[in-house]
Design a protein around this ligand. Structure first.
Ligand code: ADP
Ligand code: MG
Length: 696
């Protein structure tokens, strides 16, 4: 248990296992496929499959599963045992090259947004050789991409891999211009920080809203919330610590570099951060992390809530997508370098990201849109729905100086000009770190902070990789044509900053003034999922994604349908749950308490002067609120019936937002006030206090 190095990756069929177990020629063939994307021959796959099986059997596995990431946002798996008849009623364990490389799950029950109707009814899974196989709970998992027979992506991994290819292609053109001939591949790297809540399982099981929707639909504010700021980085309770320890050990076994954990701002809220890695691996690992958080919590009698906003009035949960650019030689291209040339290259990549974010604010907003995250973005805890960038004072001043051609004087009094002098180093922990920015430069990487906690990080990174690839393409086209590279470079950096500096905002993104200012700057402010999603299928978006072979128009449209459907379904389920809880439990509780009061009042009546009594007062108030509640409930039910009928997906989604969600929001304060009035013995559900402080 304490020997972490030998524990680490012990359940992963990683490079060292392959090297030790595979015949040399097979190992080199596989490595070649991995690094250069060459075709994997079946005879190679057969040997790899057999070796993998032997290894898995030694580790106690009995089954294998193609593991994929359909558009539900979570992972899917279908288990097959290695078992195969060997005559005379006996069995042996087999795993063929074909079974390793390709699977054919019945795909008809996964969301396809009309793709499968247009094409084939079945989909197939293909081994993603760039992500290692691993063993969990007696099953050998093979990371795979999931496509239709005609090659349309039905998952999140395929477009992510495509976006990494597109990025590699354009970034290589840039580094070549800087004289780098040795780099063979440029990748993006990600370290996702994951927030979550941990509550007691018994309490969880008493809240149908948490069970069905992941968030509480009712709940009066507890006497104590997060106002004392005493939870953030506070000492970790033993039960939580035991959970974290087991979680990390399990993650380490799977080769996930879980690194940091701490308590977050809200009571019962925590965070886990891994060490960064290549984006597609980071995506797989983040999916594993979320799945393990749930299953390990269960073992500890806890429940892990990943919803973006499980509780009103306290912070919700997000995910910070720390993103950077790295060469296969290990250089971080967003790190200011040691030489003027490296610094010029850094500045070029930096303004490329600035331009990409400004040009495609809408797509970044789309990439973090869902019903859950709508409760966070724009509230006073998460970045607003407006995308802007934080660069910090120092870097902004440098770029401003370059823009006007003035000499920038850093603290050591060096003059700054591109390609002539050194850039000052940016301390990683500069004091002007801005926690309110949706997209912040943090020394050698960007931190995209708008992601919701349930998100697959695939979506936002597909967008990030593609929009920066597009800017790099434009830059490379221009620079490759220029006679004088240095002059062209200098003017490109200046021009780009000048044209896109409106996206830079180093101030407080939570302030109301920013919304006004952002509007003046012409930045987009897509407040809800319904406003944002249509941008995904705009002509500009289709052109961008098709140009880089990341999504076809058809794939974009299918995703749009799925995301809009998902939005409607989420609110539909929430509304049904709310109706059920009200009718089945809350209203009867109000009636029961009113009955108690009425009986008492009856007795008091006999003694006279009941009008000023406490019971009379309470009874009147509860009766009024209850009938108000019932009226509002009727409005909700009507809205729900009406919305569900609407055919056109955009209109349906808008109706769910404007009618159903609005009706739900009107109900909540009434129900919450009733919770404060009705005797605790009658109230059917654990209160916020009981939930948020359930882990002792
Ligand atoms: P913070 O103060 O935001 O916690 P850290 O330096 O601790 O900053 O990093 C937070 C996350 O950023 C970690 O998951 C870390 O691995 C990741 N990270 C650091 N460097 C990079 C990089 N070059 N590319 C991607 N992610 C990175
Ligand atoms: Mg951070």
């Amino acid at each position: 248990m304490n020997d972490v190095p030998s524990l680490f990756g012990s359940m992963v069929f990683n490079d060292s296992v392959m090297q030790a177990r595979l015949p040399k020629d097979i190992y080199s063939a596989l490595k070649k496929t991995m690094s250069q994307g060459t075709h994997l021959e079946l005879d190679v796959a057969t040997v790899v499959a057999n070796t993998m099986k032997e290894w898995a059997l030694e580790k106690g596995a009995t089954h294998y599963s193609h593991w994929f990431q359909p558009m539900t946002g979570i992972t899917a798996e279908k288990h097959d045992s290695f078992i195969s008849p060997s005559g005379e009623g006996k069995a042996m364990m087999e795993f063929s090259g074909k079974e390793l490389v390709r699977g054919e799950p019945d795909a008809s029950s996964f969301p396809s947004g009309g793709l499968r109707a247009t094409f084939e009814a079945r989909g197939y899974t293909v081994w993603d050789i760039s992500s290692y196989a691993f063993i969990r709970e007696g099953t050998l998992y093979i990371p795979t991409a999931f496509c239709s027979y005609s090659g349309e992506a039905l998952d999140k991994k395929t477009p992510l891999l495509r976006s990494m290819e597109a990025f590699d292609k354009q970034a290589l053109r840039i580094v070549r211009l800087f004289g780098n001939t040795s780099t063979k591949r440029v990748v993006t790297t990600v370290g996702p920080e994951q927030e979550y809540f941990l509550i007691d399982k018994e309490v969880y099981l008493k809240r149908p809203d948490l069970i069905y929707t992941g968030r509480t639909l009712f709940g009066a504010r507890p006497p104590k919330g997060q106002e004392m700021d005493d939870h953030y980085f506070g000492s970790i309770k033993p039960r939580v610590a035991a959970f974290m320890k087991e979680l990390e050990v399990e993650l380490w076994k799977l080769g996930v570099y879980a690194k940091t954990h701490h308590n977050e701002v809200a009571p019962a809220q925590h965070e886990l951060a891994p060490i960064f890695t290549t984006t597609n691996i980071a995506t797989d690992h983040n999916q594993l992390t979320m799945a393990l958080m749930k299953s390990v919590a269960d073992k500890h009698g806890l429940s892990c809530l990943l919803h973006e906003k499980p509780f009103a009035g306290v912070n919700g949960s997000g995910k910070h997508n720390n993103w950077s650019i790295a060469t296969d030689m290990g250089a971080n291209l967003l790190e200011p370098g040691e030489t003027p040339y490296e610094n010029a290259q850094f500045l070029l990549f930096l303004v490329a990201v600035i331009k990409a974010v400004d040009d495609h604010q809408d797509l970044l907003r789309v990439s973090v849109a869902n019903a859950g995250n709508d409760h966070r973005l724009g509230a006073n805890e998460a970045p607003p729905a407006i995308v802007s960038m934080f660069l910090g004072e120092e870097l902004t001043e440098i770029l401003e100086a370059l823009e006007v051609g003035a000499a920038y004087r850093d603290k050591t009094k060096h003059q700054m000009e591109i390609g002539v002098t050194l850039l000052p180093h940016f301390p990683k922990d500069t004091t002007d770190r801005n926690r309110t920015s949706p997209f912040a430069f943090t020394g050698n990487k960007f931190e995209f902070r708008m992601l919701g906690s349930t998100f697959s990080i695939a979506g936002p990174n597909i967008v990030l990789n593609t929009i920066v690839a597009e800017t790099l393409r434009q830059f490379a086209d221009f620079l490759e044509q220029s006679a004088d590279f240095e002059t062209a470079l200098a003017s490109l950096v200046k021009k780009t900053f000048h044209e896109h500096k409106r996206i830079i905002f180093n101030g407080n993104n939570y302030a109301d003034e920013w919304i006004v200012e952002a509007k003046k700057r012409g930045l987009s402010n897509l407040k809800t999922t319904v406003d944002a999603l249509p941008e995904f299928i705009s002509p500009k978006s289709v052109e961008l994604f098709e140009k880089h072979h990341v999504f076809t128009k058809l794939e974009l449209h299918s995703r749009y349908e799925i995301l809009m459907e998902g939005y409607c379904k989420t609110i539909h389920i929430e509304a049904l749950t709310l109706v059920d809880m009200l009718k089945g439990e809350i209203i009867p509780a109000c009636i029961a308490y009113q009955n108690d009061l009425a009986k008492l009042l009856e007795r008091k009546k006999a003694c006279g002067n009941y009008e000023v009594s406490l019971e009379h007062h309470l009874l009147t108030k509860i009766a009024k609120l209850s009938s108000n509640l019932f009226e509002k409930l009727t409005t909700l039910e009507t809205a729900l019936l009406h919305s569900a009928e609407i055919q056109k997906i955009f209109d349906r989604a808008r109706s769910y937002r404007d009618q159903v969600l609005a009706a739900m929001s009107a109900i909540r304060p009434v129900a919450d006030e009733l919770e404060t009035l009705v005797a605790k013995k009658h109230w059917p559900f654990p209160t916020y206090g009981q939930i948020l402080y359930s882990v002792v």
